[in-house]
Write a protein that binds this ligand. Sequence first.
Ligand SMILES: [Zn+2]
Ligand SMILES: [Zn+2]
Ligand SMILES: [Zn+2]
Ligand SMILES: [Zn+2]
Length: 414
Amino acid sequence: MIIASLEKMKCSILNQHAEPWNTEETSGSLGSYQTDSEISSYTRVKTQSASSASSDSGYEGKDVEDTNLLMKCCHLACLIFRLSFDLGCNSAEVTAQKLYREFRKHWLQTETNVQLSRCLNKTKAKYANKEKIPKELESSGNLAEEIKVKATLRGTADWAPPRFQIIFSIHPSLKRDAVVAAQNFTCAGCGTPIELKYIRRLRYCDYLGKYFCDCCHSYAQTSIPARILMKWDFRKYYVCNFSKHLLLSIWQNPIFNVSCINKTLYTKAKELNRVREIQEQLLHIKKLLKTCRFAESVLKEFEQVSSHLTTELHLFSMDDLVKIKRGLLMPLLRDILKSSISHVENCELCQAKGFICEFCQSSDVLFPFQIATCKRCTVCKACFHNQCFKSGECPKCLRIAARRMFSEAPSVAM
Ligand SMILES: [Zn+2]
Ligand SMILES: [Zn+2]
Ligand SMILES: [Zn+2]
Ligand SMILES: [Zn+2]
């Protein structure tokens, strides 16, 4: 009965917040939750309960009080969790500690007014582990003691707040009941205990592979990094609020090395492989252009794309991969390469830095960026025609070896 009314009240709170949350959804910016309005509405709830606490007569019995407190308890959990996220603080320990502080503050205020039921005491213990936490936590006097307490404070025995982690693997599709049981029948986001009959109403987060209550999951949809990296699957999946903000905050960061995570992606995604081929040429030509004092304007063109795309192979952000899939990155890279090649072909300084194939001695000027026609000796880095190059017979390497032998010969004779 308590949980049922708790659900109802949570619903009404959600409705109160409907407006600010909607604006947050549309703006889509990180950390734009309406913190002020949440706090003020929380105070409103508190005042209501305080006034009802003073009247002992009539229908406002113990059950109503318990429900109020339980409801606040759940609401607080969500509120503090969001607050900590808004402040850019993702440490689980800090979140848990804030949670504890808020609960403690709240109960110290209400304990004098309200007779707490056994049920509530149990919940309180579960959430705050009050008995186990020494009073020194609140005082900043003994720092070492506080750090020790902080180190052991991660959620409750049944629940720990989600970690800020990058997940590279796709979660196996397990039965809902099994996953919720593994979560100790709590919401993975806020730790609210879930009754068996409400398990159906929990919402799945495809990024974390866990179930969340409706406070922690607003049916946001996004592509999942693991699905892109493993299956080149850009479809959108439901994620909890925590994952939504996590993914939003890392979306532009080049932290995914395709050759480390899943090399076969290049064979699976032809467009990605074509981008890599162009990148390889851009990498070489950019190095050459940086040594040319006439290349300033063409180097400016490289600024159209993120610098990691033309300085490092295999490294992508989620945003890069989405752009590649949509065909937006390829034309840009191709244009930059075209301008760069035309500079090198018409620039005397750059031409002077090219190679002559020492196998055939033809007059072609070769450059490392010509990956289709030119082969580079891995030892001396000289360039040759692909068809001319014979491994182990590099003329430059042989020349260097001969020179070394000649210079070492007198010392051997001595
Ligand atoms: Zn929750
Ligand atoms: Zn040049
Ligand atoms: Zn040649
Ligand atoms: Zn060589």
